[in-house]
Design a protein around this ligand. Sequence first.
Ligand code: HAM
Length: 434
Amino acid sequence: MSQRVRALRGFPDGLPDDAGWWRRLMAVAESVMDGYGYTQLRLPVLEATELFARSVGEVTDIVEKEMFSFVDRQKTSMSLRPEGTAGCVRAGIDHGLLHNQQQRLWYAGPMFRHERPQAGRYRQFEQIGVEAYGMPGPDIDLEVIALSARILRDFGVLGEGSDLRLELNTLGDAAARQRYREALVDYLSAHRAALDEDSLRRLDSNPLRILDSKVPSTQEILRDAPAMSATLDAESLAHFEALCEALDALEISYQLNPRLVRGLDYYTRTVFEWTTDALGAQGTVCAGGRYDGLVALLGGGEVPAVGFAMGLDRVILLAKALRGAAAEAGAAPDLYLCWVGEALLPHAAALAERLRGTVTAGRPLRVLLNAGGGKLKAQLRRADRSGAALALILGEQELADGQVQIKPLGGAGAQQAVGLAEAPAAVAAALARD
Ligand code: HAM
């Protein structure tokens, strides 16, 4: 017997039952992004490994431990993208989209990180990313946060009945970040003996990440650590205050979290995360912030930037947790076309094509044409299961009379025969009655 080949761990299959959720989330997100004037950028999944090392940062978890990297036949080191911002900046620089201009962009697709898989954490996961370039003020921070809130609200995971909340912090400019880093290292060095192993390792490489530590003894030490606000530059502080005021005016509530630092190196000033307790340890469904230095770091000149990425797998998990697992309805067919007798295939197929070319209620009719044979009774059972509102029946007799039967499914209304030429209009009328 042949052995089954198993899926790779952490590479989930998107099953038909979930198709409706994914479709609706993308539809909501695309309509919101259109509404704010953002345009799509389609980015490659593979990039030079160096791109991520330089932008996300050499000593981050992502670059140190989590990238799927390999050397190709030309000995180039490349990596499956662990996130989208680096590729977005790379493409923007390559095509002259960023310098001395404003851009509002979005991208979507799979990202790859070699993390330990668990509920809500996968090695391949889907993100929507939004990035705005060329605008230095709090106005655009406000815009991307409002945009993220609107997607979450319109999809039904933010607001009534949901604990999803916005956490907000400012890291200050690059110099302030450096000042804080020194103050933190000074303080933590004095408590070196009591630090956990991971935090000790980070003390030299990436001390700000220690603030994220979940280890209770380290948390205890951090309670008296110097506050980030004490080392902030005045401009970053004013920027942050203006953002908070504007969020208040838009009635987007938020919690200040002075410990929020984010796991990627490119951030400056504003950082934010949307988090929930409903998903266990993987509670961050969307995260982002300002990254004013990254474009220059990658050779594109001084270009202020801000953006976020939303983890779509988690947003859908949250929607299911909030609304029970009741499946989001997919696109059910309008009608199921039954046909009996081998010789009828060309006629049935031609009728189905004519119906699919018929626009009603602003979209083409959705038509399932029976395949795989079967007696009429069996075909009508399939029609019922398909979720269609109507069954059409074409048999030898109907064809001879130039007619087709229209049968409402689910009980309501009587079956009627209509001329083949009138079938599209009759179907539209029957659906409108439904
Ligand atoms: P990030 O925080 O690394 O930021 O990821 C953003 C979101 O992607 C997370 O909040 C989470 O919802 C989702 N995510 C991350 N890892 C996984 C995983 N292993 N499984 C499932 N979902 C995951 C970024 O990627 C930045 N590029 C965001 C950004 C854009 N900042 C500025 N512009």
